[in-house]
Design a binder for this molecule. Structure first.
Ligand code: NCD
Length: 314
């Protein structure tokens, strides 16, 4: 594996190795500030990583950049494509060729779903997909999986409920691929509905993901909640349906409140890739099952160090 462009690049062994590394990083994160000092050698020490985000980001970009610093590497950062030559009409092909002359690795996010194909062909340095349109977000899927394992002590065969925007939510797509391919999880889907110019639209998964999955409405989702091991909430990605939305669109999405969360098992967890737009009320934040604000975010740091280290080693 040279790049991490899709979860399809990940064999089960890769995931196991990345989790081992992440757990080592986690145990040592606060002991010392540089992986390089800790192990005698990090592949990233004094290397330069370009972090190029052509779509908005808080968590993904900052956690990657913090991870690079922790590893003793240097960061070149483009946080807004309007400040790059993409806004002057430069092709992605030329963009990858250019960045590869300055950096040893590229972290890239862009709204075009097909950019990973271009990166594969034209980048001479490893590229990590930090978001490709509505399609994929592989490092988020890894950190979500790692969080599931740590929160409830395993992944295999677990009951997982996904709520919200399953059509445009790239984190959902990447995670469901891994859960069904390697972990035989039982997946329940509760899509949000939004009002569009042509009527209400249910944000169901694209067809390619629909094998062996069970759709439920909000009423049924609430009924099965006490049997779920994980509830994965997402916001509606309005920015991906700009021309289609009704002027003041009514959005129907399950909202987790504390009384609802209190019907869940003790050994269960609530995940959200964030940002949230009201799908989880703030009163839930202090519940021990709420993993999204602290543990899931911290796991992003450990997983991103592990992924970069793993790719550089190859
Ligand atoms: C997600 C993304 O960008 O796909 N956020 C993230 O990376 N943590 C989810 C979202 O924007 O809704």
């Amino acid at each position: 594996m040279k790049h991490l462009l899709s979860v399809d690049d990940l064999e089960k062994d890769d995931i196991v190795n990345i989790f081992d590394l992440a757990s080592y990083v986690e145990q040592n994160w606060t002991k010392i500030d540089r992986y390089g000092d800790l192990s005698g050698m990090s592949y990233a020490t004094n290397k330069c990583v370009a972090s190029f985000f052509a779509e908005p980001s808080t968590r993904t970009r900052l956690s990657f950049e913090r991870a690079i610093q922790w590893m003793g590497g240097h960061v070149l950062s483009v946080a807004d494509a309007s400040s790059s030559s993409i806004s002057k009409g430069e092709s992605l092909k030329d963009t990858f060729r250019t960045i590869g002359q300055y950096a040893d690795m590229i972290i890239f996010r862009h709204g075009d779903e097909k950019w990973p194909d271009i990166a594969k062909e034209y980048s001479r340095v490893p590229v990590i997909n930090a978001g490709s349109g509505a399609k994929e977000h592989p490092t988020q899927a890894l950190l979500d999986l790692y969080t599931i394992e740590k929160e409830i002590g395993g992944i295999k065969g677990k009951n997982i409920l996904f709520c919200g925007d399953l059509l445009f939510g790239r984190t959902v797509h990447s995670l469901i691929k891994l859960l069904t391919k390697y972990y035989n999880c039982k997946i329940y889907l509760c899509p949000a509905t939004v009002e569009t110019l042509s009527g209400p639209k249910s944000l169901m998964l694209p067809n390619e993901y629909s094998d062996n999955l069970c759709y439920v409405d909000v009423g049924f989702a609430l009924k099965i909640l006490p049997t779920m091991d994980i509830v994965y909430m997402t916001r509606v990605q309005k920015e991906r349906m700009k021309n289609d939305l009704a002027p003041y669109p009514k959005i129907d999405n399950l909202e987790l409140t504390l009384p609802i969360v209190n019907t869940m098992k003790h050994n269960s967890a609530i995940l959200h890739p964030l940002p949230r737009n009201g799908e989880i009320s703030e009163e839930v934040d202090d519940d021990p099952r709420a993993a999204y604000h602290e543990r899931q975010l911290r796991n992003g740091l450990y997983i991103r160090v592990a992924v970069m280290e793993y790719l550089m080693e190859k």
